[in-house]
Design a protein around this ligand. Structure first.
Ligand code: APR
Ligand code: PHB
Length: 387
């Protein structure tokens, strides 16, 4: 098979990139390791920056997003006894939209056939070759058959555990782990608050989020040693009820878990996002702790930059965008990493922290409560810095 751009991975990065390229008539193919059903069943985050919703609108793929997405003009930071509302609309005139990443993925996959975006599902053992030359290609297996795709460019959108970053021989990695994970639950119960609440409570961090007026998404921080089998839903509902009772408009409504999971938190950046004709975008190149809701949105900004650069090169012979992609993407990535790291440190109880560190967190939140300048700084990072 021959194409212009071969993409590895049908997550948000790969799918958005594929659609952006197809919108300009660029031939591209996506190789995805999993089945379509598996990809469409993954439960991930749910806050979209305007950068991301703008891309969906530009692609004409935002009908369901506009109909079902919840526009959030503010969100809340809380401690045990105070709720600080960050008024995004009043402070910076922008907002975020609550709409599950799962739904974004489904919308992009559903539109692929009509847009001529080919996705090869269950593509096993994808390996990039000859990316140093001008005729890179991918080999893979599907249905037991060997496959080969020759392309002008290869883009690794294959996430943190993908194959493409590993194909880059050099490259500097920056890695930071956190001493806790997030235990999450998804349930068809009405949210306890009409906006998100990030709470730093005496019992630890808790997040009240949602997918719709009838579907809630909650998280609490848990030690890294915790196992899912230690957490029947009732135990988590008890914990959430205790932490949000003094903070939320309504009590936490309980219900059967549609999904429960424990995920570790990590900050990671791989500073080589290009090697010859191989580029990286999204989680393949960086990971953020979910506190700042940046994961999906950084994937979107990476591919906004990269699609522009690939189109300029393939249709106009101009390689400046490709040569500048890494620097431009990393400038935004590192600022999102900083914001996510800062908010994680502010809102979680670290095992090694003592009374002084707790006072520092309390003082910073008191300052946020009183300072329009601090609230504005948080607001402009939360909605996403300009491209
Ligand atoms: N070959 C082919 N496909 C692969 C391979 C491989 N070797 N390895 C991984 N994949 C696929 C995965 O199955 C997944 O569908 O690549 C896709 C990567 O998608 P994501 O991990 O979602 O990464 P990305 O598209 O960058 O989106 C980042 O997704 O995981 C969340 O929190 C993350 O919100 C962030 C967003
Ligand atoms: C979610 O709804 O899954 C969610 C929201 C905000 C975050 C992380 C996750 O910061």
């Amino acid at each position: 098979m021959k194409t212009e751009v071969a993409i590895v991975g049908a997550g948000p990065a790969g799918l958005l990139l594929g659609h952006l390229l197809r919108a300009e008539g660029i031939a591209c193919v996506i190789l995805e390791r999993q089945t379509r059903a598996h990809v469409e069943s993954r439960i991930r985050a749910g806050v979209l920056e305007m950068v991301t919703t703008d891309l969906m609108r530009r692609l004409g793929l935002d009908a369901r997003l506009r109909a079902e997405g919840m526009v959030e003009t503010g969100f809340n930071l809380a401690t045990d006894d105070q709720v600080i509302r960050i008024d995004l609309a009043a402070l910076i005139g922008r907002h975020v939209t609550v709409y599950g990443q799962t739904e974004v993925t489904r919308d992009l996959i559903a539109a692929a056939p009509e847009r001529g975006l080919e996705i090869v599902w269950e593509a096993a053992d994808v390996v990039p070759h000859a990316v140093d030359g001008d005729a890179p290609y991918l080999t893979y297996f599907t249905g037991g058959e060997a496959g080969r795709i020759e392309a002008r460019f290869v883009v690794g959108c294959d996430g943190f555990h993908g194959a493409c970053r590993k194909a880059i021989p050099d490259g500097e990695a920056f890695d930071h782990s956190y001493p806790f994970g997030w235990l999450g639950i998804l349930a068809d119960v009405p949210p306890c608050h009409r906006e998100l609440i990030y709470a730093n409570t005496a019992d630890g961090f808790a997040l009240a989020s949602m997918r719709s007026p009838t579907r809630s998404r909650y998280y609490i921080q848990v030690p890294l040693t915790e196992r899912l089998e230690d957490w029947p839903a009732e135990r988590l509902w008890d914990e959430l009820a205790r932490r949000f009772a003094p903070l939320a408009e309504r009590r936490v409504t309980r219900g059967p878990a549609l999904e429960m999971s424990i995920a570790p938190l990590r900050s990671f950046v791989f500073e080589t996002m290009r090697h010859g004709r191989l580029f990286l975008a999204g989680d393949a190149a960086h990971i953020v702790p979910p506190t700042g809701a940046k994961g999906l949105n950084l994937a979107a900004s990476d591919v906004a930059y990269l699609s522009e650069a690939l189109i300029a090169c393939l249709r106009g012979g101009d390689e400046a965008g490709l040569n500048g992609y890494e620097r431009r993407a990393l400038a935004r990535i590192w600022k999102a990493e900083r914001f996510s790291w800062m908010l994680t440190k502010l809102m979680h109880r670290f095992p090694e922290d003592g009374p002084f560190e707790h006072r520092m967190q309390q003082a910073e939140l008191d300052y946020v409560a009183q300072s329009r300048a601090m609230q504005t700084a948080i607001a402009e990072n939360y909605v996403g810095l300009p491209l």
